[in-house]
Design a protein around this ligand. Structure first.
Ligand SMILES: [Zn+2]
Length: 433
């Protein structure tokens, strides 16, 4: 393949650099060489006609579960990366709740080796805050950073011990590392399986009150203010959390946040007749919470859209609701669901793109997220008007657990380029080895 590529005449939307218009994008040796308003003529370039398409910085997902090592039946690093590039993501941050947990250099090195082998998208690592995610003893943060971890988190579980959380926030500053938190007070969520409210009452299911999340956000804002640390709030689901994060930002605290497509699209009525595909943690909330999350996405309170891609096998979902596992796959539906907010007039296209690119890149200090000369040539080309129906049987992910099966979406990934390599085009993975 020619190492010089010219993506010609697409509509480039690059929020960080304030670009929105028809441009030619020239890629040389895996890097953006030039973004030009005037058409470029380049010898020996492979020319890709992007007329009528969106040419966007590659999407960055701060929150995915790749399940390897330990649960390769649900997902492998390879199939997770395939799902990522099919969804337009050129970089993902892999959560540490694998088996064994990524609380060591050994596991970090294993994931990095598998990601190199997959050779599809960039895989960044999140290391555990505590050994074995047990919430008792801090993991070797310095070693994890040395092994390439870009954040630490016990995601899937909260750090209930406030003293330990405080020390983690202090210690992480030595490495300027974001501490990503799954905000849930387990004494409030208890045995709850969905949001506490009208829907849970109707279904006779035990509810999780919003306070389970909001109270922990409040605690961590107090700790953050005192330690001057760096905090990233995962999968924000409640109005109260959005309000607290907004206030904290206003007061200048170093906090970032993400929200998932399922939390800004679906409310707790989606549980319907005990649909286990609508079971996730935090649970789907109310219409009012959705509106608050959307406002947070628009006004910058929430920095990033992340999928919390959480693959599970059929058997973990084909059970009674209260026995089902939490989580949904999200990489392959995120773009269409995000663009639905643009179609509904909730936010501009520029803001939607920023939430998938510049926002996550800045939150964790990652390369990419924009298309200026010198940036990595991580590029997602989108057909904005293409309509398609979500068919979970066709996912590249090894798992099928989505509440969006059968949903009509507008906006499809045409091409995904990673470091100047075409890795996905028209529904197919181009190079997996
Ligand atoms: Zn997660």
């Amino acid at each position: 393949m020619s190492s010089t590529i010219l993506l010609s005449r697409g509509r480039v939307v690059d929020p960080r650099n304030g670009v929105d218009g028809v441009r030619d994008v020239l890629v040389r040796d895996g890097t953006i060489a030039e973004v030009s308003e005037a058409p470029l003529k380049v010898q020996d370039a492979r020319v890709v006609d992007a007329t009528g398409k969106l040419v966007l910085p590659g999407f960055i997902d701060l929150h995915v579960h790749l399940r390897e090592p330990g649960e390769e039946g649900k997902e492998t690093i390879l199939t997770g990366c395939m799902a990522a590039v099919a969804g337009g993501f050129t970089a993902v941050v892999a959560m540490p709740n694998t088996k064994p947990v990524n609380d060591s250099v050994l596991v970090s090195e294993y994931v990095k080796a598998k990601a190199r082998e997959a050779r599809l998208c960039h895989v960044y690592l999140a290391g555990a805050i505590t050994k074995g995610l047990q919430g008792e003893e801090m993991a070797e943060m310095g070693a994890l950073v040395g092994a390439g971890c870009v954040c630490i988190t016990d995601d899937g579980r909260p750090v209930m011990n406030a003293g330990l959380m405080r020390r983690a926030l202090q210690y992480a500053q030595l490495f300027n590392l974001p501490v990503m938190v799954h905000e849930e007070d387990l004494t409030l969520s208890g045995k709850g399986v969905m949001n506490e409210g009208r829907a849970s009452t109707r279904l006779g299911l035990t509810g999780i009150p919003p306070s389970a999340e909001v109270a922990m956000v409040a605690r961590d804002m107090v700790l953050l203010e005192e330690t001057k640390g760096r905090l990233h709030v995962a999968h924000v689901s409640c109005e109260g959390s959005v309000r607290l994060i907004r206030e904290a930002k206003r007061r200048g605290l170093n906090v970032t946040a993400e929200a998932t497509p399922h939390h800004f699209i679906l409310d707790d009525e989606a549980v319907g007749a005990y649909d286990t595909h609508a079971r996730m943690n935090p649970p789907l909330r109310t219409r009012r919470d959705i509106e608050a999350v959307r406002e947070g996405l628009v006004d910058g309170t929430i920095d990033a859209i992340a999928t919390d891609h959480a693959p599970h096998g059929v058997l973990e979902k084909q059970v009674e609701f209260d026995k089902a596992w939490n989580g949904v796959v999200g990489l392959e539906t995120a773009l269409g669901l995000t663009l639905s907010l643009v179609r509904e007039g909730v936010m501009s296209l520029q803001r939607a793109v920023a939430l998938l690119t510049d926002g996550p890149a800045r939150a964790f200090g990652l390369a990419g997220g924009h298309l200026a000369a010198g940036a990595p040539a991580d590029i997602t080309v989108v057909e904005p008007e293409a309509e398609w129906t979500v068919d979970s049987a066709r996912f590249f992910s090894r798992s099928r657990n989505t509440p969006f099966h059968g949903r009509r979406l507008t906006g499809r990934v045409a091409q995904t380029w990673v470091s100047g390599r075409l890795v996905f085009e028209d529904g197919q993975i181009k190079e997996s080895r």
